[in-house]
Design a protein around this ligand. Structure first.
Ligand code: ZN
Length: 316
């Protein structure tokens, strides 16, 4: 067989933020990304790029929980807080290519643009005040860096999500020039996730549909950095009875760590939420046997095409 015919190996990942304990919503994303990457590698990444929101010791606790639930990850765990040099390098590439410019607008200046359109995130679209800057111009101090969405001359970004179908977005109309690096020195999620996925050779992204609207921004960044686009599958996000996404803020229950029988119920519920129709008899099995069933029966085509789904009451 010639080298060109060899299949490209699968690299998936799970990338929780260490802002609180893992909950049912986290488990759903972990299970789906893990099973989908079964034939290849599954990486674990700590998304602590937003340092002020990260809770000390939480990443270690999350790994302990994942380990107890039977997840096995490949390679060393990567921490975004230790990768600022990679983000800076990518930012430099974008600046030199004319895709990024410094922005010194203050919050109150931005809030003053009351006539600016509201974008897909519910925030006002940046009016482009600082976009006249060109590479070679003086760099103002304490500036944020924004991505010039018109720089690539792609009016509409489209991709086919493996669960949600075709997604299209006009970045200039729906998002505007978004921030890559904040004035306080933090790299934003959008840049960090793209740099990490490219650096780690991630071939498939399986994550919650709350990030679906971010994907066109990430496609533009991948294109500007000259990288390979992974496949995307956005899972329905588990919401509570009030329709709120599970999180620390909505008092989502932490995953039980203790008894194996409790973990089996949680894993069964995650498989059920993901449309895999696990038989009730699996409740009585060991965690190891539940995983064997899950790996044998997993099919991403069974996952509901919805951005949000209510979670089973016992997992609330
Ligand atoms: Zn500005």
């Amino acid at each position: 067989m010639s080298e060109a015919l060899l299949p490209i190996s699968v690299v998936g990942r799970f990338a929780p933020s260490p802002t609180g304990p893992l909950h049912f919503g986290s488990l759903v994303a972990a299970v789906a990304s893990y099973l989908e990457a079964c034939a290849g590698q599954w990486l674990l990444r700590v998304e602590d790029v937003d340092r002020p929101r990260s809770v000390s010791g939480m990443a270690g606790l999350q790994q302990e929980i994942l380990h107890a639930y039977g997840f096995v990850w490949d390679r060393e765990v990567v921490l975004q807080s230790e990768r600022e040099h990679l983000y800076q390098k990518a930012l430099k590439t974008l600046i030199e290519a004319g895709y990024a410019y410094p922005c010194t607008c203050t919050r109150s200046q931005l809030a003053g643009h009351t006539d600016a359109r509201v974008g897909i995130d519910g925030a006002r679209i940046y009016p482009g005040t600082c976009s006249h800057w060109q590479p070679g111009d003086a760099v103002p101090e304490n500036a944020a860096w924004r991505f010039r969405v018109g720089g690539l001359d792609v009016p509409e970004w489209s991709f086919t999500d493996r669960i949600q179908g075709v997604v299209s977005q006009q970045l200039a109309r729906d998002v505007g020039d978004f921030v890559l690096h904040r004035a306080d020195g933090c790299t934003t999620y959008q840049l960090a996730v793209v740099v990490d996925d490219l650096a780690q050779g991630v071939t498939q992204v399986v994550r919650g549909a709350d990030l679906l609207d971010s994907t066109p921004r990430q496609l533009a960044l991948i294109s500007a950095l000259g990288g390979q686009v992974p496949s995307y599958a956005h899972l329905p996000v588990a919401v509570n009875n009030a329709g709120e996404k599970l999180s620390k803020q909505t008092m989502a229950q932490a995953l039980p760590l203790g008894m194996e029988s409790e973990r089996v119920v949680a894993l069964w519920s995650a498989l059920d939420f993901l449309g895999q129709e696990p038989p009730a008899s699996l409740y009585k099995l060991s965690q190891a046997k539940l995983w064997i069933w899950a790996k044998t029966h997993w099919s991403i085509s069974k996952v509901a095409k919805a951005r949000r789904c209510f979670l089973p009451s016992k997992a609330q």
